[in-house]
Design a protein around this ligand. Structure first.
Ligand SMILES: C[S@@+](CC[C@H](N)C(=O)[O-])C[C@H]1O[C@@H](n2cnc3c(N)ncnc32)[C@H](O)[C@@H]1O
Length: 355
């Protein structure tokens, strides 16, 4: 699984069990990111629709959610991954842009990423294996990058993991059907069909995922884009439209819209206490769905926050911020069902001012 800000690694067991208790046979993960929550729903037997607007998340969803492992010949997949691993380096856009102009990967790995991506484009484009092999490449590149977890900058000294050789692995595919949708949640929410449970995990602030993970966008698009700045970000990051969920002005209305529009018996929304909306406002927008219960969990913050702020010489110039935050899980729907769904976490229920 790639490193990803806001990924719900710790909450996955809770969210999986919530879906089980809601008897979710059809589930929606509207801001799917790494797809780890969608995968938990799928493992629990649900038919899952996973939505995100980045190219990277969409490829991960095509691999882990939309691909039924029973439809893939395991021998063929293993051979395809082995063939890609055997390719010699072939320096190209990645080497020049992300190893020479910037320092996200060691050049030897950059040349291999170039070779593998070129082979996927020439031998597998349009095939059922394409998203699976792309996922394998993204995950392999993520294991040898030289960042603190986001691609707005690379670290001053090469990260230890960047010295390891790039190695693709066969992604662990799951059984059962599913759907991957690349789109703007605010636009598609009402048109996705009916679900037993919808999970919403929108961005928390102005930091955009297409900027934080611009290298993955480029590896998927494979379009050798013009770039800008020290981090060599795609120019579309500067020029393109922002997600309505990344603006303090538009986020509350957009979130209220998707909460209202998704067609699901039970709605689950996660948010943290550093976001633009406070808990009372979140509860208020969820009330359109009926009864609302709130669970609260503590979690560690992003590693950058724990390391502190450094100047270009690597000296600490700022103080370390808060190390932990509160992750809220709001569950909304018909009263008796919501109470049944949250029952195992009674000791986590938060009573907010508005309730
Ligand atoms: C907090 S992350 C979700 C993390 C995910 N639950 C996980 O565990 O990996 C928010 C996601 O929302 C996506 N996103 C941002 N704006 C969006 C929009 N307008 N429509 C759909 N997805 C959007 C981002 O690309 C990002 O993947």
């Amino acid at each position: 699984m790639i490193k990803y800000l806001g990924s719900k690694r710790r909450l996955v067991p809770v969210l999986g069990e919530l879906a089980q208790r809601a008897r979710a046979r059809r589930a929606l993960d509207l801001f799917t990111g790494t797809t780890r929550v969608a995968q938990a729903f799928k493992l629990g037997g649900a038919e899952v629709t996973a939505v995100d607007f980045t190219r990277c998340a969409s490829v991960l969803a095509q691999c882990y959610v939309a691909t039924d492992c029973d439809s893939v010949d395991p021998g063929l997949l293993e051979r395809a991954v082995a063939d890609l691993n055997a390719l010699p380096g072939r320096p190209g856009y990645v080497t020049e842009t992300f190893c020479e102009r910037s320092r996200f990967f060691q050049p030897v790995n950059g040349a291999r990423i170039d070779a593998v991506r070129h082979a996927i484009a020439t031998k597998h484009a349009g095939s059922a294996l394409e998203p699976v092999l792309l996922t394998s490449l993204l995950e392999a590149a993520d294991r040898v990058d030289s960042t603190t977890g986001v691609q707005m900058a690379y670290v001053k000294q090469w990260a230890d993991r960047s010295f390891r050789p790039l190695e693709l692995r066969v992604p662990l595919l799951l059984p059962g059907p599913g759907r991957a949708v690349r789109g703007d949640a605010a636009v598609v929410a009402a048109e996705l069909g009916d679900f037993d449970l919808a999970y919403l995990d929108p961005p928390y602030n102005q930091h955009r995922y297409e900027a934080n993970y611009h290298i993955w966008e480029t590896l998927v698009a494979w379009d050798a884009p013009d770039h800008y700045g020290v981090a060599c970000k795609r120019t579309e990051v500067r020029q393109g439209e922002r997600s309505v969920f990344n603006s303090r002005r538009t986020m509350p209305g957009a979130l209220g819209g998707v909460v209202r529009d998704v067609r699901a018996r039970v709605l689950v929304l996660s948010y943290n206490d550093e976001s633009w909306m406070d808990l009372d406002e979140l509860i208020e927008i969820c009330r359109v769905r009926g009864h609302v219960e709130v669970l609260a969990f503590t979690s560690n913050r992003y590693v950058g926050a724990r390391i502190g702020i450094h100047n270009p010489a690597g000296e600490r110039v700022g103080s370390v911020g808060r190390l932990r935050n509160l992750e809220y899980v709001l569950v909304a729907g018909e009263r008796a069902e919501v109470r049944h769904v949250v029952e195992p976490w009674r000791d986590r229920v938060v009573v907010a001012k508005a309730s």
